[in-house]
Design a protein around this ligand. Structure first.
Ligand SMILES: [Zn+2]
Length: 276
């Protein structure tokens, strides 16, 4: 059984503040070791369920948060950026299941460190008219590649967002949001045990392949700055919904990659880098 793990940082056990998750932040060094502990718990759960091959993609910010030597030796690591598929780099139909570790809720949600891919620059995203953030987009893109997302860890808001998108996904809350930068924490040891147990449970029955996706999907993004959509309209296939919102239609894995290009354009026009 081949398992793919996309690991973000905002939804990691114990972390609540930008200082915990941004390089240079006062507690970032501690944050990255907490990140490794959550990932390793998921790796142990996958191994217990019979995984024979595990790929971990560091999907946060600089994408060099996980120190290779801190990662469970059974897992291989994708590290660094740029990556054409960003948070889903390396995922393909050869994987039997995908796990989202340390994920967070979308922009506008009252969840810990909630946002969608960029700081304030991305106000909203819709996939086929349905509001979506990093969670739903990862799930839908993985499904389009033929891979089911079977488990997610994060705060309770991220878990609720996953359940609303697909109630069959096993979710593991590691903290309970009081606000965007405050949460009631689950004790670290208990949270990691829960991750290990729930991942093993999610993989205990062979994951069902997602049903074939629609040939095309439509992705719409509302940006904070009107300069971004004005520039994106120069890309063939991109159309305007209004002065802040652009959309494009196509097969989903390609659309996810195109969205990565949009973010690089947005980053070049604003002072915000995509940080996922
Ligand atoms: Zn992140």
């Amino acid at each position: 059984m081949r398992i793919y793990i996309s690991v973000d940082m905002e939804g990691i056990t114990g972390l609540v503040d930008a200082d915990d998750v941004q390089p240079g932040g006062r507690d970032y060094e501690r944050g990255r070791s907490m990140m490794a502990e959550d990932v390793n718990a998921a790796v142990r759960g996958a191994l217990a369920a019979g995984a024979t091959d595990i790929l971990v993609n560091d999907a946060h910010g600089p994408m060099r948060n996980l120190l290779p030597e801190a990662l469970h030796p059974a897992a291989r690591l994708v590290r660094g950026k740029p990556k054409q598929m960003g948070m889903l780099e390396g995922l393909g139909p050869e994987y039997d299941a995908a796990l989202c570790v340390g994920y967070h809720s979308r922009a506008g949600a009252l969840g810990v460190l909630s946002h969608s891919f960029m700081g304030h620059e991305i106000e909203d995203i819709w996939l086929d008219g349905r509001p979506v953030g990093e969670i739903g987009l990862a799930h839908a893109t993985a499904a389009a590649l033929g891979v089911p997302v079977v488990a997610l860890t994060g705060d309770d808001a991220a878990c609720a967002e996953m359940t609303a998108w697909d109630a069959s996904v096993v979710t593991v809350p590691v903290k309970y949001a009081h606000d965007r930068f405050a949460a009631r924490l689950r004790p670290a040891g208990e949270a990691r045990e829960a991750i290990e147990e729930e991942v093993a449970r999610a993989l205990s029955v062979p994951p069902a392949r997602p049903s074939a996706p629609a040939a095309e999907a439509t992705l719409a993004v509302r940006w904070q700055s009107a300069s971004v959509p004005a520039t994106l309209l120069g890309i063939p296939g991109v159309t305007a919904e209004d002065s802040r919102t652009v959309r494009s239609t196509g097969p989903l894995p390609a659309l996810y990659r195109l969205f990565g290009v949009w973010m690089r354009v947005a980053a070049s026009l604003t002072d915000q880098r995509p940080y996922c």
